[in-house]
Design a protein around this ligand. Structure first.
Ligand code: GDP
Ligand code: MG
Length: 141
């Protein structure tokens, strides 16, 4: 087992649905600790930079528009195998394919508005965490 950190974003649709607390409870019940967090209105440049790996994909423009459509809640989660544990809680990218009881199955409406983001690997997580947080903002305990 490995103690890992991962980046989680509660996207504008889920913030608008007022389910930040319900999603946080799922993280905590699964043994993940919230070790940094902030609410933020992303600028277009910030959203484009964060999703730069998807820049050539047909859905890129729609993804950026969605991510800047309202505030997001961004957090760092820490725990054993946090990257995969968090992806398991999230469910599949397309909520229609997400397993029952996952965050996306319960709170997401479509593949565009799919409630949450989670890093897909430890190395990606390091880059994504440093995109939003200084090392001193992450308070392991
Ligand atoms: P994730 O890691 O499960 O979030 O999925 P990806 O990294 O593959 O894609 C990033 C985000 O782009 C997803 O969470 C969706 O919001 C969006 N996205 C991915 N695939 C599609 C698609 O086929 N159509 C649209 N409209 N959005 C997509
Ligand atoms: Mg991804």
């Amino acid at each position: 087992m490995a103690l890992e950190r991962t980046l989680s974003i509660i996207k504008p649709d889920a913030v608008a649905k007022n389910v930040i607390g319900e999603i946080y409870a799922r993280f905590e019940k699964a043994g993940l600790k919230i070790v940094a967090g902030r609410m933020k209105q992303l600028s277009r440049l910030e959203a484009e930079g964060f999703y730069a790996v998807h820049r050539e994909r047909p859905f890129f423009k729609a993804l950026v528009e969605f991510m800047i459509s309202g505030p997001v809640m961004i957090q760092v989660l820490e725990g054993e195998n946090a990257v995969l544990a968090h992806r398991d809680l999230m469910g599949a990218t397309n909520p229609k394919e997400a397993a029952p009881g996952t965050i996306r199955a319960d709170f997401a409406d479509s593949i565009d508005a799919n409630a949450v983001h989670g890093s897909d690997a430890v190395e990606t997580a390091k880059v994504e965490i440093s995109y939003f947080f200084a090392a001193t903002d992450v308070l392991s305990r």
